[in-house]
Design a protein around this ligand. Structure first.
Ligand code: PLP
Length: 371
């Protein structure tokens, strides 16, 4: 029996402690200036985020959900217009399509847990207007077949890259493949703020202008109201905090990729597990490991074993993907997703973890499957 340790899934206090002094100095400075709404800090953060991603525009918004809704509103969906989105995502992806006036149509995922292009192709019909790939767990889908489908059927792409800031496919950043992408700064995200926050990224000037207007009550640069809008601004103080974290962001990603490589090295031999592709498995994907999501035989017993050993794990979305919430009224069969939901779970993955934590977690998993 291994010596029991405590490994929380998230460790917010530890993550705060790492940058406490700088954050407190910054917050005091922001408050002393009375700089709360749409001030220099949030605008500087937008400029720095756009530069980091090499995009023309990054626009701070209230959260990642609004980061999806606002660009979708610019596309003026009509009732009955369909947008294809994977079922294995947070309900917010489909909710954004619904609130923009469209109908979400759910697609299956593949073994990488990302939207499956063959399932998308099957779902395309006369009412399809767009595709929303979800770059889940910090990995960008193979975008080639999706871009081909979009071009062939004249569909827009709005990416849910809420979990994938800095992730790349063939050198191109998640969120930059279509009209716009959304990033979430929810505290558990790779670039988390201290509350809610999000950003829209786009290379399209018109989309950027419209999103800037809609997020601020529909007001244009001249102060007049140009269209109906919302209050969906990123708080200035969150922008100031995000600037501190963005400066360290590459080291956060490197840390996560190191932990993922260690998980892979330690667990690869267990045939009871399906692991995500290793960080250097192919040259086309650069995965930032927002989550380390695996599939496991006897998943619930494994989780109970880990819990007993002090290791907290999580099942994404409470174990149900969107079409498995009966009250939302979807009637679709998605074989890979359904099999996966019996088996999927996430192992601890955050920058407060050290290599010996990962070794302990892997020892506990080996112990379970040896019994
Ligand atoms: C895949 C996905 N889409 C959308 C969202 C919504 O982001 P937010 O919570 O910032 O609104 C999240 C995160 O919570 C997410 O993980």
């Amino acid at each position: 029996m291994l010596n029991r340790r405590q490994i929380p899934f998230f460790d917010y206090p530890a993550l705060f402690a790492e940058i406490e002094q700088e954050v407190m100095t910054t917050v005091r400075d922001v408050f002393a200036r009375g700089a709360y709404i749409m001030q220099k800090d949030v605008l500087d953060f937008e400029t720095e985020l756009a530069a980091y991603l090499g995009v023309k525009h990054a626009i701070g918004v209230a959260d990642g959900t609004m980061g999806l809704l606002l660009p979708l509103l610019t596309l003026e969906l009509r009732s009955g217009d369909e947008v294809i989105v994977p079922s294995h995502t947070f309900v917010a992806s489909a909710a954004a399509i619904h609130h923009a006036g469209g109908t979400p149509v759910l697609a299956d995922c593949g073994p990488d847990h990302l939207i499956d292009a063959a399932s998308v192709a099957k779902a395309i019909g006369p009412r399809t207007r767009g595709i929303m790939p979800v770059q889940l767990n910090g990995r960008t889908a193979n975008m080639d077949p999706l871009l081909e489908l979009a071009q062939k059927h004249k569909l827009f792409i709005v990416e849910d890259s809420c979990q994938a800031l800095g992730s790349r496919f063939k050198g191109r950043f998640a969120g930059t493949f279509g009209v716009a992408g959304s990033i979430s700064f929810y505290p558990s995200k790779t670039l988390g703020c201290f509350g809610d926050g999000g950003a829209v990224i786009t290379n399209d000037d018109q989309t950027a202008e419209a999103v800037r207007i809609i997020r601020d009550h529909g007001r244009g640069p001249d102060g007049n109201v140009w269209r109906w809008g919302f209050n969906s601004r990123l708080d200035n103080v969150q922008g100031a905090i995000l600037r501190i974290k963005l400066r360290r962001y590459d080291s956060y990603i490197a840390h996560r990729r190191g932990l993922a490589a260690l998980y892979d090295q330690r667990l690869r031999h267990l045939e009871q597990l399906t692991l995500p592709p290793a960080p250097t498995e192919d040259g086309e994907h650069f995965d930032i490991f927002q989550n380390y999501e695996i599939e496991a035989t006897r998943r619930d017993a494994l989780r109970a074993h880990l819990e007993e050993r002090g290791v907290r794990t999580i099942i994404q979305w409470g174990g149900k993907t969107i079409h498995q919430f009966p009250r939302l009224g979807f009637n679709v069969s998605l074989p890979y997703t359904e099999r996966m939901t019996e088996r999927f779970m996430m192992l601890p993955m955050n920058t407060a973890l050290k290599n010996d934590d990962i070794h302990y977690i892997c020892d506990c998993i080996e112990e379970f499957y040896a019994s």
